[in-house]
Design a protein around this ligand. Structure first.
Ligand code: PSV
Ligand code: MN
Length: 427
């Protein structure tokens, strides 16, 4: 399904007057505070968030799954769906593949299809947390950390294969998330499990092309319920430091113990030049994979505050980051959910960009706690939605993505095209 430029333009002209009214007001307020609005708009336009190939269908929980209809069942259809999102918001210009959930049969064809929608391939993700059909050695007791050298070798070879698949598509990074760990005390020797994992990662690292990076993604628990091998940012950083300059850490917002100060983790990793990637989602209890910004928008803003600080400070030498949504859509239309997530990311980013950093630094130096809080909350309480909408307008995207999506009856058209029973591979 292709979204015509004309339909976006028609939508935008019907919303233009009310948008401009809000935007002009905000522009005046921000300009009065010496904020360079045009420079911020440019940054928002440039910010692209990758969509994972496994997030285009309904996820479900271990208690069931309620398919919504019109789901993409092939990689080609998944790419079309990301293309659709990108033409609506012009901020979803990349797709991240999970292999073997999505193996391109003809890499060139897939690459060209993605390019026709203006999409690039972001990080490729390996999967050694599930046994595949006809797989020789089981990952029941781990993959890269398994006590059985055969299982480790198989997992290493899988990761190297994923790199090759990614290379053919133009990806530049591999994300490794491991389910490895233990569910009972005594089950696993912590140090030896770490060392076996490190040795395995070293072999994968050696197979990385010169312009590639590898990200280790930590997670406190699940599916291992007593210990995970890459349990926290400290362990992730240890792996990244021991591996070398092409290795860095990936922070998934849902992978921390309750009340963890994720913004401080972001700051520490950037300080060490070791924050490589980001998985956005939101959660109330654990790795809930909910829509970004739906539960803790202030935390998201505080995280962006640190990200912007790290990305703009000359003192910080962190590589460019890979941004991706990693959420699961159980009761919403996945495409609407993704539009909401991208919007929440852009709002938090825009709010972080309008923070008066000089004034904040002064307040911090003078231990003026009240002023420091006021500065942050002034930015957070500024309604920047029209700023984000203006960036979309200038990029040729829809002023109001969800209302455009609904008015165009896109889900119904996808159902007509693909049927009600089509099912996406993945979670
Ligand atoms: C694991 O919970 C995770 O966050 C990893 O990024 C996986 O690749 C993804 O979710 C999908 O299971
Ligand atoms: Mn993740």
């Amino acid at each position: 399904m292709i979204i015509s430029k004309e339909s976006i333009e028609n939508h935008n002209s019907s919303k233009l007057v009310s948008h401009k009214k809000k935007y002009e007001l905000l522009n005046t307020t921000l300009s009065e505070s010496s904020i360079e609005v045009n420079a911020i708009i440019k940054k928002i336009q440039e910010f692209q968030v990758a969509i994972p190939s496994w997030a285009l269908g309904t996820g479900g929980t271990r208690f069931g799954r309620f398919a919504g209809g019109g789901e993409p069942s092939t990689l080609e259809q998944k790419i079309e769906d990301v293309g659709l999102l990108h033409s609506i918001n012009q901020s979803s210009g990349a797709i991240s593949l999970h292999i073997p959930w999505d193996i391109p049969s003809d890499a060139n064809k897939i690459k060209n299809l993605a390019a026709s929608f203006g999409l690039k391939f972001d990080a490729v993700n390996s999967n050694t947390f599930q046994d595949q059909k006809n797989q020789k050695f089981s990952y029941k007791f781990g993959s890269l950390s398994n006590t059985d050298a055969n299982a480790r070798k198989q997992a290493i070879e899988h990761n190297i294969e994923v790199i090759k698949q990614g290379q053919a598509l133009g990806s530049k990074s591999l994300t490794v998330w491991l389910a490895d760990g233990s569910s009972f005390p005594g089950q696993q020797h912590f140090r030896r499990a770490f060392e076996r994992t490190l040795d395995s990662l070293k072999e994968i690292y050696a197979a990385l092309p010169s312009d590639w990076s590898i990200f280790t993604e930590h997670k406190a628990y699940e599916p291992a319920f007593y210990s995970s091998v890459v349990s926290d940012w400290g362990s992730s950083l240890l792996f990244a430091q021991k591996l070398g300059s092409k290795a860095s850490c990936l922070v998934d917002l849902g992978h921390h113990l309750p009340n963890a100060n994720i913004e401080q983790i972001v700051s520490r990793l950037m300080m060490e030049g070791k924050l490589g990637g980001f998985h956005f989602n939101d959660s109330k209890y654990s790795d809930d994979d909910l829509t970004v910004g739906s539960i803790k928008p202030y935390q998201l803003f505080l995280i962006f505050n640190e990200l912007v600080d790290g990305m703009t400070s000359s003192e910080v030498k962190n590589p460019e980051l890979g941004w991706m949504i990693d959420a699961s859509h159980n009761i919403k239309d996945p495409l609407e959910d993704l539009l909401q997530s991208v919007e929440a990311i852009m709002i938090a980013y825009a709010q972080a960009l309008i923070i008066d950093r000089k004034a904040l630094e002064n307040a911090q130096l003078n231990n003026d706690v009240v002023t420091a809080q006021e500065i942050l909350q002034n930015a957070y309480r500024t309604d920047v939605r029209s700023l984000v909408a203006e960036a979309r307008l200038l990029s040729g995207a829809a002023l109001e993505p969800i209302s455009f999506y609904r008015a165009q009856k896109i889900r119904q058209m996808l159902i007509n095209e693909r049927g009600t029973n089509s099912s996406a591979s993945g979670l």
